[in-house]
Design a protein around this ligand. Structure first.
Ligand SMILES: [Zn+2]
Length: 124
């Protein structure tokens, strides 16, 4: 279940991020200024790259390599922030939780991010 999270920097609602450990988080717009390639700074609709197949546990690697292609772009559906490990579900593979350590945020295509968010908000 998704809880409403708000950005501690700009105050807007963050879409597609679960965080059971903190009341606030940082939205993808504010995170991009802080760290443009951090995968955990994404929201629903943000593009990420499967860049580090070798990261994570052997189990993480097997699951990721079964579905994903190195250096290919995917779209974030849901990020779940954990205390020591976080997962990312992709639009392309509903229900499969990949370890966030495999990914880097795309610095391309983020201009379209607002449109994705508006579409996501309308769909809910
Ligand atoms: Zn913000």
């Amino acid at each position: 279940m998704e809880r409403t999270l708000t950005c501690r920097t700009c105050g807007r609602e963050i879409i597609g991020v679960n965080n059971d450990y903190q009341q606030t988080w940082i939205c993808s717009d504010c995170y991009r200024i802080k760290d443009p390639t951090e995968a955990l700074g994404c929201e629903r609709g943000t593009k990420i790259i499967f860049k580090y197949p070798e990261n994570g546990t052997e189990y993480d690697q097997e699951r990721a390599n079964k579905h994903l292609v190195k250096d290919k772009y995917y779209t974030v559906h849901l990020i779940t922030i954990g205390s020591w490990s976080s997962t990312i579900e992709l639009e392309e593979f509903p229900g499969i939780k990949f370890n966030s350590v495999h990914f880097e945020r795309s610095t391309k295509g983020n201009r379209r991010y607002r449109i994705h968010i508006e579409e996501a908000a309308l769909a809910e």
